[in-house]
Design a protein around this ligand. Structure first.
Ligand SMILES: *Cc1c(COP(=O)(O)O)cnc(C)c1O
Length: 418
C-alpha cells in the first residue's frame, strides 16, 4: 500500500513539476501566508487576495435571485435527483441567456449544468486528456487548471499574456507551442488574474489561430459581463463558426453567489463540428459518474437568469469600477509597485514588484510573507499564478478595507525602502 501511494503521488508531482513551474496552489499559498500573521497584532487581518465578491456585503446578490431560490425550494418540485446533464428548464435558461450575445441560437442540448465553473473545468480537462495530448494555458493564469491537468496527466504548455500589450495573447507563441498532439487552447476572458478584457478583433485572431492549428478553443467566461472599461464583453462563442468553442461559465461571480455552486459547459457549435467529434458523448459520459449540482438551485436558475433587475448589475459594475480605480491610483503612489494597465473587468490586477529598490526583500514570495507578518495584510505572490516578482491583488473588496490594506502596504514599502 505504501509503495502504491508513493508511486501515485510521485506521478502527479512529476506532472506538475514537468509541465509547469507552479508547484503551489492559491489556497496552499494563502494558508501558508495566514500562518505568518503575527497574533500580537491587534489590527484586523486584511485579505486582498480573494476573488470572492460573495464574501462582502456590498456585493450582496439581488433579492430576485434569493427569492428564486426560496420559491424553488418551497415548491417541493426539486427534492429529487436531477438528470446528469441538468434539468431541462435550467439548460434552456442558460441557452437563452447566452444566445442573447450570439449571432445564432444555442439549444438546450448544447448546455450541461455543473457544480460551478470549477466542475465545468474539471469535466473539460478530463474529456480532452488522452495519452500524449497537450493543452495550451495562459501565463499568468488560474492555477486550478494546472492542477487539474496534472491529475489528468494532460501535458501543459504555457503561452504568455503580454503586459505591455494589454495582456493580449502572444499568438506567435501559441503557434510555436502547438503540435499535432495539442487538443485545445484555453482563453480566460474577462481575464483572471490580469483584469483585462479582449477586444472583438483580438478574440477573432485567437479563433483564426486555433483554426489554423486545428485545435479547440475552451473559453472560461466565469467573469462574463463583469466589465467596466472601453472593451465590452464579447463571448468567444461569437467566433464559433470559425473554430469550435466550448464555453465554461457560472453565476458565481456576476451574481456574487460563489457558494451556490451552479455553472455550465456549453458547446458553441453552429457548424456541428463538436457533435461529430464525439466530445458531447464524452462530456455526458463523464457527467454521468460525478455529482450533480443541487437540484433546487437548478430549479431557481431560470428566474435568476431572466428576472434579475438591471439595477443589480449596474450597481455591482460601478462598485467594481470604483474599487479598481482606488486600487490602481493608490498603488501608483508606491514607488516599488507598478500596475502596467488599468483593469477593465473581472476582480484582480497584476502589480509588478521592483525588489531592487527594497532592502531585505528577496522576491514576491518573501514580500508577501513579510507583509503578512508585519502588517497583517494578505496579497498573493505572482509566482503562484505563474509570474515571479508580481503580486495579484483583488478589488472585489469593500472600499474601506481595501484603502486600509493599501495604506499598510505603502507603510511596509516605505519601511523597507533602500
Ligand atoms: C472563480 C473562477 C472559477 C470557478 O468558478 P466557480 O463557479 O466558483 O466554480 C473558474 N475560473 C476562473 C478564472 C475563476 O476565477
Amino acid at each position: 500500500m505504501e509503495k502504491l501511494w508513493s508511486k501515485l503521488s510521485s506521478r502527479v508531482n512529476e506532472e506538475l513539476n514537468a509541465s509547469t513551474d507552479i508547484t503551489v496552489t492559491v489556497r496552499g499559498t494563502l494558508s501558508m501566508l495566514m500562518q505568518n500573521i503575527n497574533p500580537e497584532d491587534q489590527r484586523p487581518v486584511l485579505s486582498l487576495s480573494h476573488g470572492d465578491p460573495g464574501a462582502f456585503s456590498c456585493f450582496r446578490t439581488s433579492h430576485t435571485a434569493e427569492q428564486a431560490v426560496v420559491d424553488a425550494l418551497r415548491s417541493a418540485k426539486f427534492n429529487c435527483y436531477a438528470p446528469f446533464v441538468g434539468i431541462l428548464p435550467a439548460r434552456r435558461a442558460v441557452a437563452d441567456y447566452l444566445s442573447r450575445d450570439l449571432p445564432y441560437k444555442l439549444s438546450p442540448d448544447d448546455v450541461y449544468i455543473t457544480s460551478g465553473c470549477a466542475q465545468a473545468m474539471e469535466v473539460i480537462v478530463r474529456v480532452v486528456a488522452s495519452p500524449g495530448a497537450n493543452i495550451l494555458l495562459p501565463r499568468p493564469g488560474f492555477p486550478n487548471y494546472e492542477a487539474l491537468c496534472a491529475f489528468s496527466h494532460l501535458e501543459i504548455r504555457h503561452y504568455d499574456l503580454l503586459p505591455d500589450n494589454n495582456w493580449e495573447v502572444d499568438l506567435e507563441a501559441v503557434k510555436e507551442l502547438a503540435d499535432e498532439n495539442t487538443v485545445a487552447v484555453l482563453v480566460v476572458n474577462p481575464g483572471s488574474p490580469c483584469g483585462n478584457v479582449f477586444s472583438y478583433e483580438h478574440l477573432k485572431k485567437i479563433a483564426e489561430t486555433a483554426k489554423e492549428l486545428g485545435i479547440l478553443v475552451v473559453a472560461d467566461e466565469v467573469y462574463g459581463h463583469l466589465t467596466f472599461g472601453s472593451n465590452p464583453f464579447v463571448p468567444m462563442g461569437v467566433f464559433a463558426s470559425i473554430v469550435p468553442v466550448i464555453t465554461l461559465g457560472s453565476i458565481s461571480k456576476r451574481w456574487a453567489v460563489t457558494g451556490w455552486r451552479i455553472g455550465w459547459i456549453v458547446t458553441c457549435d453552429p457548424t456541428g463540428t463538436l457533435q461529430q467529434s464525439k466530445i458531447a458523448e464524452y462530456i455526458k459520459a463523464y457527467l454521468n459518474i460525478i455529482s450533480d449540482p443541487v437540484t433546487f438551485i437548478q430549479g431557481a436558475l431560470l428566474d435568476i437568469l431572466e428576472k434579475t433587475e438591471a439595477d443589480f448589475f449596474s450597481k455591482s459594475i460601478s462598485l467594481l469600477r470604483e474599487t479598481s480605480e482606488i486600487l490602481c491610483d493608490r498603488i501608483q503612489e508606491i514607488p516599488c509597485l507598478n500596475c502596467p494597465t488599468k483593469p477593465e473587468g473581472a476582480v484582480f490586477i497584476m502589480v509588478e514588484l521592483d525588489v531592487s529598490v527594497l532592502k531585505g526583500i528577496d522576491d514576491d514570495m518573501d514580500f508577501c510573507i513579510k507583509l503578512a507578518k508585519e502588517e497583517s495584510v494578505i496579497v498573493l505572490p505572482g509566482v503562484t499564478v505563474g509570474l515571479k516578482n508580481w503580486l495579484r491583488i483583488s478589488f472585489s473588496v469593500d472600499a474601506i478595507p481595501l484603502e486600509d490594506g493599501i495604506e499598510r502596504i505603502k507603510v511596509f514599502c516605505q519601511r523597507h525602502a533602500k
